[in-house]
Design a protein around this ligand. Structure first.
Ligand code: FES
Length: 194
């Protein structure tokens, strides 16, 4: 019997050719699709770990700080990248800065967040339990702090002092701070993302 006698064979060859073309086309098509998906998800992957090192921000200049050590509150502005959206500068927190009269390099920076449960502390010229002393008072549960950030009152529920932040003077008079938040309610300073 001649090969032509089996009418199914040409159809089977055609079918196999078409199947191979579809398979190869599928593989080649999957590469750009996979790249596109990876690119699309990239911001999520990059941001999933948070930034526990904080963010370095230029806050103000030395001239804006009172020279007598009285702290001044400043908002921290920074741009944020949330998944696919880059937000231009917006407030991400606040700090107190103080400049002791004697040394330019010893500007102190404290996060305004109370380490007890996260309320914002206020600067007060007279602490309730030590009226001769200025410091910080938390309005939520009355924790008090000295100007150096240490817990002031023996009845303060805060488990640690205010969180001091890394601060530097650059280009002669610019005050830069590495801003970050820390976990509330613990005796140890445990960094969170900025
Ligand atoms: S949150 Fe500040 S004392 Fe409780």
């Amino acid at each position: 019997m001649s090969p032509r006698a089996n009418p199914d064979q040409p159809d089977r060859r055609d079918f196999m050719k078409k199947a191979c073309c579809v398979a190869i086309g599928g593989v080649l098509g999957a590469v750009p699709v996979a790249s596109g998906v990876a690119l699309y998800l990239d911001p999520l992957l990059r941001n999933s770990s948070g930034n526990s090192d904080g963010v370095k921000v230029r806050v103000t200049t030395l001239d804006a700080l009172p020279a007598d050590g009285v702290p001044r509150r400043f908002p921290i502005l920074a741009s944020r990248v949330d998944a696919w959206t880059k937000t231009p500068e917006a407030p991400i927190g606040a700090i107190y800065l103080s400049r002791p009269a004697d040394a330019q390099s010893s500007v102190k920076a404290y996060n305004v967040i109370c380490p007890h449960a996260g309320c914002f502390v206020d600067y007060v010229a007279a602490l309730p339990d030590a009226p001769a002393q200025a410091g910080y008072l938390c309005p939520c549960h009355n924790s008090t702090f000295q100007l150096n950030g240490a817990v002031a009152g023996r009845t303060s529920p805060a488990p640690r002092g205010l969180d001091e932040l890394e601060c530097s003077i650059e280009n002669g008079n610019e005050v830069w701070v590495r801003f970050q938040n820390f976990q509330a309610g613990t005796a140890d300073k445990v960094p969170l993302g900025a």
